[in-house]
Design a protein around this ligand. Structure first.
Ligand code: TYC
Length: 102
């Protein structure tokens, strides 16, 4: 704290303590049962990918076991994970979606 020339108090250190919010990557995990076409549709619908990019990401998950769909603030990432899992379960697929702090 310090005084300025109007004699009021200034919190000098406040700005240094404010950090940007943590970001979270949303990942899809591979499994043996969820159809490729369903995963491509999920990537288009919830992660705003065009068909070409959605297919590329899906094939990367299929080959590597997991893959990043996007990076978001905590609330947005959590909502996407919830919607993807809910959509998959309603369709009867075991697709797994998780979030991880970047
Ligand atoms: N491995 C699945 C299959 O061969 C396809 C798949 C891709 C499933 C990505 C999940 O996150 C996933 N049908």
């Amino acid at each position: 704290m310090s005084s300025n020339n109007e004699n009021s108090t200034v919190l000098d250190r406040q700005a240094e303590k404010v950090k940007p919010p943590s970001m979270y990557q949303v990942l899809l995990l591979n499994d043996d049962y969820t159809p490729m076409e369903f995963v491509v549709a999920i990537l288009q619908e919830y992660f705003n990918k065009d068909r070409e990019n959605a297919t590329r990401i899906m094939l990367n998950v299929h080959r590597e076991g997991k893959g990043v769909c996007g990076v978001y603030s905590k609330d947005i990432a959590a909502t996407k994970v919830e919607y993807v899992i809910s959509h998959a379960r309603k369709a009867g697929h075991p697709l797994q979606c998780v979030m991880e702090e970047v």
